[in-house]
Unconditional design. Structure first.
Length: 250
C-alpha cells in the first residue's frame, strides 16, 4: 500500500454529527473526497441537503438523518439503521459566552448535554456497530487546553471533558475492539460559532497568541480529520491534536 493509499477511505461509511453547516459540513465533504460514503446528522434535516448534494456530485453516497445527540434512545435508533460504521466524527456542539456569576443552570447544562454527553451517546452507539480498524474523531477545542478571552466556562468545561473522554474510550476500545479514539482541538476557524465573537477582540487575541497570526481555513482542519479517520494514523490512539496556528504552544 502506497503512502497516499493509506489516506483513502474507499469502501468506508462515515457519520458526521453537526453536519448541517460550518466545519461539520466541510468534514463530511472531505471524508467523501477521501472515498467514504457519508451519513450527515443534525437536528435540522433540511439544512443537510446542500452538503448531501455536494457529496453526491463527488460520486459518493450521502444520507441525511435528523438526530438529537442529547437523546440516547434517538442516537441508538439512528446509528442502528446502518448496521456498520467505520468512522464517527463527533462534531455537534454549541457554545455560550456568559459570565459565570450570571450563567443559569439551564444554560450550563445545555452546553454540557450537547458537547460532552451527546458525544458520549454517539460514541457508545457507534462502537456497537464498528468493526476493528474503525476510528472515532472527537472535535474538542483549543479552549479545552488554554484560556479564552471571553467568559466561556460551560464551553471550556465541556471540551476539556471531551478530551478526557477521548483518552478513556480509547483505553477501553482501541486494544480490545480495534476502535481508535482521538480528538482534534481546533483553534479559531470561520464558522457559525465564531461569527458572534467581537471581531476586533478576536483579531487582537489571535495576533497576540498565534504564532501564525491568523484564523484557520477549513481545508487546514479537514486534512487532520481525514488523517485521523484513515489508516494513515493507525498508530495514533488516545491523543488530542491541536490545530490552532500555534496558540496552545504560545
Amino acid at each position: 500500500m502506497s503512502i497516499l493509499d493509506r489516506f483513502s477511505l474507499s469502501g468506508k461509511i462515515a457519520l458526521v454529527t453537526g453536519a448541517s453547516s460550518g466545519l461539520g459540513a466541510g468534514f463530511a465533504v472531505a471524508l467523501a473526497e477521501a472515498g467514504a460514503d457519508v451519513v450527515l446528522a443534525a437536528r435540522r434535516r433540511d439544512r443537510l441537503e446542500a452538503a448531501c448534494r455536494e457529496i453526491e456530485q463527488l460520486g459518493r453516497a450521502a444520507l441525511a438523518v435528523q438526530t438529537d445527540v442529547t437523546d440516547p434512545a434517538a442516537v441508538q435508533a439512528a446509528v442502528g439503521r446502518f448496521g456498520r460504521l467505520d468512522v464517527l466524527v463527533n462534531n455537534a456542539g454549541m457554545g455560550t459566552a456568559v459570565p459565570a456569576l450570571r450563567e443559569t443552570p439551564e444554560q450550563f447544562r445545555e452546553v454540557i448535554d450537547v458537547n460532552l454527553m451527546g458525544a458520549y451517546w454517539m460514541a457508545q452507539a457507534a462502537a456497537q456497530v464498528m468493526p476493528p480498524g474503525s476510528s472515532i474523531v472527537n472535535i474538542a477545542s483549543l479552549l479545552g487546553l488554554v484560556k479564552s478571552f471571553l467568559p466561556q466556562a460551560a464551553y471550556a468545561a465541556s471540551k476539556a471533558g471531551l478530551i478526557g473522554l477521548t483518552r478513556d474510550l480509547n483505553q477501553q476500545w482501541s486494544g480490545r475492539r480495534g476502535i481508535r479514539v482521538n480528538a482534534v482541538a481546533p483553534g479559531y476557524f470561520r464558522s457559525e460559532m465564531t461569527e458572534p465573537l467581537p471581531p476586533d477582540k478576536l483579531d487582537q487575541f489571535i495576533a497576540s497568541t498565534s504564532t501564525l497570526g491568523r484564523m484557520g481555513e477549513q481545508h487546514e482542519i479537514d486534512t487532520v480529520v481525514v488523517f485521523l479517520a484513515s489508516p494513515a494514523s493507525s498508530y495514533i490512539a488516545g491523543v488530542t491534536l491541536a490545530v490552532d496556528g500555534g496558540m496552545s504552544g504560545h
